[in-house]
Design a protein around this ligand. Structure first.
Ligand code: RTP
Ligand code: MG
Length: 140
């Protein structure tokens, strides 16, 4: 399996509870390396653009409001099959369905306030990394 990159967000429910380190430790323990990281306050326009694929979904407005309700930490993660490794350690979208030992089982508050985002394909990882990072901000 090749070393690839994925994009991660530590969401506002996690930054609010001072869990940036706790989440990152779980990512690192899962074999992922943080090769870029910054704490930002997303604008409404940025969040709407990021989640454009969900714009017709009933939860879209709530999701955008949640994602701008506080700071987030955007990260680029590198590792063997990084997209899958990250999705595995994140756990199911709804923490009620997430497996023991996953980030969402450990930390998430609800299906919306579920502590982390992770890209769902290599193609989307590239798009999402480019949405938040300049090439020189990523140091592998
Ligand atoms: P993510 O994109 O955040 O990594 O999570 P995911 O693939 O597991 O979930 P996705 O279906 O892409 O949904 C994106 C985010 O929208 C919120 N959501 N709320 N209220 C709801 O029914 C609902 N469904 C999804 C979650 O914050 C989810 O992570
Ligand atoms: Mg998704």
């Amino acid at each position: 399996m090749a070393v690839t990159r994925t994009f991660s967000i530590i969401k506002p429910d996690a930054t609010r509870r001072n869990l940036t380190g706790g989440v990152t430790k779980m990512l690192e323990d899962a074999g992922l390396r943080v090769v870029a990281s910054k704490r930002i306050q997303m604008t409404k326009e940025q969040a709407e653009g990021f989640y454009a694929v969900h714009s017709e979904r009933p939860f879209f407005n709530d999701l955008v409001s949640f994602m701008i309700s506080g700071p987030v930490v955007v990260q680029v993660l590198e590792g063997e099959d990084a997209v899958k490794a990250n999705r595995d350690i994140m756990g199911a979208t709804n923490p009620a369905d997430a497996a023991e030992g996953t980030i969402r089982k450990t930390y998430a508050e609800s299906i919306e306030a579920n502590s982390v985002h992770g890209s769902d394909s290599d193609e989307n990882a590239k798009i999402e990394i480019d949405y938040f990072f300049k090439p020189e901000e990523i140091v592998g």
